[in-house]
Design a protein around this ligand. Structure first.
Ligand code: GLV
Ligand code: MN
Ligand code: MN
Length: 416
């Protein structure tokens, strides 16, 4: 099968315009986006994506988890499709590019193939995975996890958000619960384009990250219970301050992560304090500890150390404590063949590149369990992500989508 010529390029202006158009849906408070999963804004973004797909001649399929699959036919009816894509949902204070670049970059390669009248042997399918972010419904990468057989659909449907609304009900409410059986689709390969969300590419002046591995993650939700009481009149020795217990445990998370330097990281981004009133000593706190590392044993060690020492803190302070694992995945090694296709593409196009380990979780991490998978990354300014100020340049987005195009076309096979 011939390799694509090095002059085959996507339309960077059109990709950028689409990114800006999508960013108008679910605007944030500081220039980014709040398009959380299964909200009305999520639905609106999906409609826009669907309209663009139909205009590009694609056929849309939606599965029972709301995953969207837009298909461009290949010439061989027996060939499995090459899938591309990422997610359109965002963090509550998210950027315009996390996930969105991978979906609209996928659409842009289809538009380019249409413009150039290029046919491929394998079909190409552009995917939008539901609830990658895991903010409203933990865990992250929920629907790709069901697709890959890691979670059951029933379990996912019953997850509740902080207001007690169930995932399955909200999916139906916004009108995106499709008919397709989840995970029934078989793939030839999967490629995900994403911003790096870290500082390495920009610092080294590299245009492309060839993602060889992804670090693993553990989310443990901790509930600490004390006793609500008056902040003014409860004597110090009589207090059962769950908030203070949490403060000590957060120090512990940081200490444990540092003790496994340089690769391990840890923090608690989700914190709820009850009753959250200025003059009530918190009787209950709920927070989620996020530990990550490219090494599975390190993650397990960090989890164990935290559980042992946090229990000690609770005992010393007369507090109750419970742990619940609400998310996690093992470190990932991407497929050698797909990784080579990404590296070859960067080489052919003359883009500077280096290997990367992804610091964030991605739908590709789950799909890699069932299908040969790889990721392409482009730099982002100051490595900043999960922040409304998240930023990339048009040139970086274009380079990333060019590499995606070449890796996909090489894998899907050009028909002369
Ligand atoms: C997903 O966005 C994660 O890395 O938490
Ligand atoms: Mn993402
Ligand atoms: Mn994200």
């Amino acid at each position: 099968m011939p390799a694509p010529g090095e002059n085959m390029k996507i339309n960077g202006e059109r990709l950028w315009d689409s990114l800006m158009e999508m960013a108008k849906i679910g605007p944030g408070v500081a220039g980014g986006n709040n398009r959380q999963t299964l909200t009305d804004e999520d639905s609106e973004g999906r409609h826009l994506f669907q309209d663009w797909c139909v205009a590009a001649g694609l056929t849309m399929g939606v599965d029972q988890m709301g995953n969207m699959f837009a298909r461009r036919e290949g010439t061989d009816p027996d060939a499995l499709p090459v899938y591309v894509g990422s997610h359109l949902d965002t963090q509550p204070t998210g950027g315009k590019y996390d996930g969105v670049l991978g979906v609209l970059g996928g659409l842009e390669i289809i538009r380019t193939l249409n413009d150039l009248d290029i046919k491929t042997k394998h079909p190409i399918v552009v995917t939008n995975w539901t609830n990658e972010e895991g903010t409203r419904y933990a865990p992250a990468m929920l629907a790709s996890g069901v697709f890959a057989g890691v979670h059951t659909q029933d379990w996912a449907y019953n997850i509740e958000d902080s207001e007690g609304l169930k995932f399955g009900d909200e999916l139906a409410r916004i009108g995106w619960r499709g008919d397709e059986e989840v995970g029934a689709r078989k793939m030839h390969a999967f490629f995900e384009l994403h911003i790096e969300q870290g500082p390495i590419l920009e610092a080294e002046g590299k245009e492309i990250g060839v993602v060889t591995h992804g670090q693993g993650l553990s989310w443990v939700q901790v509930t600490v219970t004390g006793k609500d009481s008056h902040t003014g009149s409860t004597p110090m020795p009589m207090r059962k301050n769950a908030g203070l217990g949490m403060a000590r445990m957060l120090e512990l998370v940081d200490k444990i992560a540092w003790s496994h330097a340089p690769d391990a990281v840890g923090a608690a981004g989700h914190i709820e304090v009850f009753p959250n009133s200025r003059n009530v000593i918190p009787g209950k706190v709920v927070f989620t500890v996020d530990f990550r590392s490219p090494d599975l044993d390190t993650i397990t060690d960090m989890e164990t150390e935290f559980a042992v020492e946090a229990k000690q803190i609770a005992e010393e302070m007369g507090l109750g404590i419970e742990f619940e694992k609400v998310g996690g995945f093992d470190p990932v090694t991407f497929d050698e063949g797909c990784v080579s296709a990404v590296r070859n593409a960067a080489e052919r196009l003359g883009y500077s590149h280096r290997n990367l380990i992804s610091g964030a979780g991605h739908d590709a991490c789950w799909i890699n369990k069932t299908t040969p998978t790889a990721m392409v990354m482009c730099p982002c300014v100051d490595g900043l992500s999960h922040n409304e100020a998240e930023d990339i340049s048009r040139e970086w987005a274009t380079a990333g989508a060019d590499v995606l195009l070449h890796a996909v076309v090489e894998t899907a096979g050009i028909v002369e």
